[in-house]
Design a protein around this ligand. Structure first.
Ligand SMILES: Nc1nc2c(c(=O)[nH]1)N[C@H]1C(S)=C(S)[C@@H](COP(=O)(O)OP(=O)(O)OC[C@H]3O[C@@H](n4cnc5c(N)ncnc54)[C@H](O)[C@@H]3O)O[C@H]1N2
Ligand code: MOO
Ligand SMILES: [Mg+2]
Length: 420
């Protein structure tokens, strides 16, 4: 007989699971392998950037004072005494009315305080010496990239827990990090349970469907920064599911199952939690979809029983597993980022539980508009492919009208939020 389950609030679930979160350890990886990883250490500048005053143009380094009066009617001639490219240093020092030919990126020679672009001067040769004819003046400091203008030595540039993007890889390379401390990726095992399930390569048979949740969950785990172990399928068999879970739980930081958590005859997960002597933290959450999301703890490890219904499974992962994974990766903003948007269409359906509607964001002039996408049923999959956010509609007895301001949780954002 199905037992009554008391729904609990999302915040309470977070509080309960947060007690079992584990801070992730660090590991060292080569710089090329850091993309998408999370920094395990703060990154502090160890030099000024640029390291020296340098030329941003191919041109001539000169003294601004010498060309102060230069105009097209008053051409000033400077003698060119040297030529340097990036990586070269001039040993010469300019005297009045002298210049040094300089290429982009080369260190500005001592005594020079401005750079004139090549295209703006005429070069001539007189008595075997090269001169430039200058037709315009420059201010002191004009056309120079100054030492430290980008980054000052000693500045804290990036905090541990930030996701590495290509720009961060450029910083790491600049400061000589051939090896980088990153957070170890939490390992999350995924089992799909259900006798109706087939593998992707299997031919369809009457009453059967292909397992899509495992692939979706592994993708969600990887999008969150974790490492997924795809354990495959288990039919609805108490013994098989129990033994598979018992074995796998040793190999992972968190174990996720989909299916079999509701009250059906073949929904064995509740009995399996008992058999595992698991501490069930929740088995009904005041949310839609995903109300059957179950979380249990076995010897300090979390076991998530997500719904078999694909959309409920997806939402359960995003609300509870994503923040846990991000937290283990050292993120100070482990939750999905929440923004305000304008509801683009009426949503009359009422529900006592908070609803998370797969939706899409649009810009309309300067306004951010959110519209539900696809069918709002927990068994559907198409909306998952198209959604870039979850529209949050608080539970209650009234529907929602177009034009109302609503909260939206971003699915693809990488910065995150401090809470829901
Ligand atoms: N009498 C009641 N029935 C149901 C209740 C309830 O409260 N009382 N809750 C409903 C809600 S809400 C949900 S959500 C589902 C949860 O079901 P389970 O978590 O037990 O999942 P299953 O029964 O195993 O499967 C549900 C559905 O999802 C399909 N499925 C399962 N696994 C996969 C997979 N890996 N890939 C794709 N699709 C999958 C499965 O074939 C079913 O159609 O229970 C409601 N019932
Ligand atoms: O637990 Mo269900 O997800 O509301 O369809
Ligand atoms: Mg079921």
């Amino acid at each position: 007989m199905a037992s009554f389950r008391k729904p609990i609030h999302i915040e309470t679930v977070i509080e309960k699971i947060w007690k079992y979160r584990k801070s992730g350890e660090n590991e060292t990886v080569g710089l090329k392998d850091t993309l998408g990883r999370f920094l395990g250490e703060d990154i502090i500048a160890t030099t000024d950037i640029p390291r020296f005053n340098k030329s941003p143009y191919d041109g001539f380094a000169l003294r601004a004072i010498d060309i102060k009066e230069a105009t097209s009617d008053n051409i000033v001639e400077l003698m060119v005494i040297d030529c340097i490219g990036a990586g070269m240093i001039s040993e010469k020092r300019v005297q009045p009315f002298e210049a040094i030919r300089i290429m982009t990126g080369a260190q500005l020679p001592d005594g020079c305080d401005a750079v004139m672009m090549l295209e703006l001067v005429k070069e001539i040769t007189k008595d075997g010496a090269v001169y430039i004819q200058v037709k315009k003046s420059l201010k002191q400091g004009e056309n120079i990239s100054f030492k430290g203008e980008d980054i000052v030595n000693g500045k804290k540039l990036l905090e541990a827990g930030i996701k590495v993007n290509p720009g961060i890889q450029s910083i790491l390379a600049t400061f000589g990090y051939s090896q980088v401390e990153v957070k170890r990726q939490p390992v999350i095992g995924v089992f799909a349970t259900g006798s109706e399930l087939l593998d992707v390569e299997d031919h369809l048979a009457p009453g059967k469907i292909r397992n899509s949740n495992s692939y979706m969950l592994c993708g969600q785990i990887e999008r969150s920064g974790g490492k997924a172990i795809h354990y495959g399928l288990i039919p609805d068999s108490l013994e098989k599911v129990y033994h598979s879970i018992n074995r796998a739980i040793e190999e992972v930081d968190i174990l996720v199952t989909t299916g079999g958590v509701s009250v059906g005859d073949f929904d064995y997960m509740p009995i399996i939690y008992e058999k595992l002597h698991a501490n069930v933290l929740c088995n009904k959450i005041a949310m839609r979809p995903g109300s059957v999301t179950t979380v249990a703890e076995v010897n300090g490890k979390l076991l998530f029983g997500l719904s078999g219904n694909p959309s409920a499974c997806y939402v359960g992962f995003e609300l509870f597993l994503r923040p846990l994974i991000r937290d283990m990766l050292g993120s100070k903003k482990p939750f999905a980022k929440k923004v305000k948007a304008v509801l683009g269409t009426d949503f009359p359906k009422v529900n006592p539980f908070t609803r998370f509607v797969r939706s899409k964001l649009y810009f309309q002039n300067t306004k951010l508009i959110v519209k539900p996408i696809g069918l709002d049923k927990s068994g559907v999959i198409y909306s998952l492919a198209l959604a870039d956010c979850l529209l949050v509609l608080p539970g209650g007895s009234r529907g929602f009208q177009a034009g109302m301001e609503v909260d939206v949780l971003l699915l693809e954002d990488q910065e995150g939020g401090e809470k829901y």
